[in-house]
Design a protein around this ligand. Structure first.
Ligand code: AR6
Length: 326
């Protein structure tokens, strides 16, 4: 998964570089900065930072990782929140952008960010999270890197209260226990049989198309959907938050057996309708189920025609569900 939101202590993550929410003097501080100094070895890290001296807000500098599992530490001072009118958003964006570019220059293939400025510097979580996700996903459209956005505690994760409440309501209305599903399915099957008989003469084109695709494997159907939607392979796997190597594996292995969340990531990338999503799922032996919260949340976003995969992942994360992509 090119961008993954994880709940963890950043000092424990094994990546090429971790990012420190620093201060411009590059001195040891509290919060994530204090934790990174301690885990890396504060004397050695302090000396390395003193040699660099200073870093303006929104810029980034690099040191080695010393005792950390990460090879490098990228230090970026984010802005102090002053109410929003002091270019805080641009500066926070610069912090992410400059850190990612510095990591690229050092040939890093993986990087982990904390939610910069959201602790001692007081940046509102929800706003900061959106800037982080949009800046990182913008960068990933042009570059290949594995990026972790590390959320330390659940409180600091800011899915908007309004969206959270709306999704919760949708789950309440649509989520059903497995037993209800079996009963309803039986009932629907009987009804379906009856109506199929009546509808036979009027079978429409889309149903005929569906029948024609019935024998296709997941890979074949995925590639034909990409063509039908006029998209390129690169657009598709980038929008699906799917790693390039995995995509080429799927492309080349006709019998590839994907995970359900991978199929759904492609459905979101291709902006499929619910029927098309079910069709793609069925080629891999899956179906959308009302007894899975994960599925109900995906169904909510598809019905809303909201196909922003990173926004969907923010929501899935808040509901403790697996994220889309691979
Ligand atoms: N792993 C991941 N995230 C963490 C960790 C951790 N171990 N510890 C805290 N966080 P902050 P800022 C989260 O205050 O707001 C320092 O003194 C935390 O929950 O560390 O940019 C510097 O030296 C929060 O969401 O950084 C500066 O002077 C996020 O990391 C100043 O604070 C950032 O919180 C920078 O303030």
């Amino acid at each position: 998964m090119p961008l993954e939101i994880v709940r963890n202590d950043i000092t424990k993550i094994k990546v090429d570089a971790i990012v420190n929410a620093a201060n411009p003097q590059l001195k040891m501080g509290g919060g994530v900065c204090g934790a990174i100094y301690k885990a890396a070895g504060s004397i050695k890290l302090q000396q390395a930072c003193e040699r660099i001296g200073h870093c303006p807000v929104g810029h980034a500098v690099i040191t080695e990782g010393f005792n950390l599992p990460a090879n490098y530490i990228i230090h970026t001072p984010g802005p102090i929140w002053e109410g929003g009118s002091d270019h805080e958003a641009e500066l926070l964006k610069d912090s992410y952008k400059n850190s990612l570019e510095l990591a690229s220059r050092y040939q890093c293939e993986s990087i982990a960010f904390p939610l910069i400025s959201t602790g001692i510097y007081g940046y509102p979580n929800e706003k900061a999270l959106h800037i982080a996700v949009s800046t990182i996903s913008q960068f990933l459209l042009e570059s290949d890197m594995k990026v972790y956005l590390v959320v330390f505690d659940k409180k600091s994760f800011g899915l908007s209260q309004k969206l959270f409440a709306t999704i919760n309501e949708y789950i309440d209305e649509h989520y059903v226990e497995e037993t209800d599903i079996i009963f309803n399915r039986r009932f629907e099957e009987i009804e379906e049989l009856k109506s199929l008989k009546e509808a036979e003469p009027f079978l429409n084109q889309s149903l005929i198309d569906m029948m024609n695709h019935l024998e296709e494997s997941f890979s074949e159907r995925l590639l034909s959907f990409i063509d039908e939607k006029g998209m390129t392979d690169v657009e598709t796997y980038k929008r699906a938050n799917i790693d390039r190597r995995l995509f080429s594996k799927i492309r080349n292995e006709e019998g590839y057996n994907p995970k359900k969340k991978t199929v759904l990531a492609f459905a979101i990338a291709l902006k499929l309708t619910i029927d098309e999503t079910n069709e793609l799922l069925s080629t891999a032996g899956y179906t959308l189920s009302r007894s899975s919260k994960f599925d109900v949340i995906i169904e909510y976003f598809i019905n809303e025609r909201n196909y922003n995969i990173h926004g969907i992942n923010e929501a899935l994360f808040s509901f403790d569900q697996p994220l889309l992509g691979a």
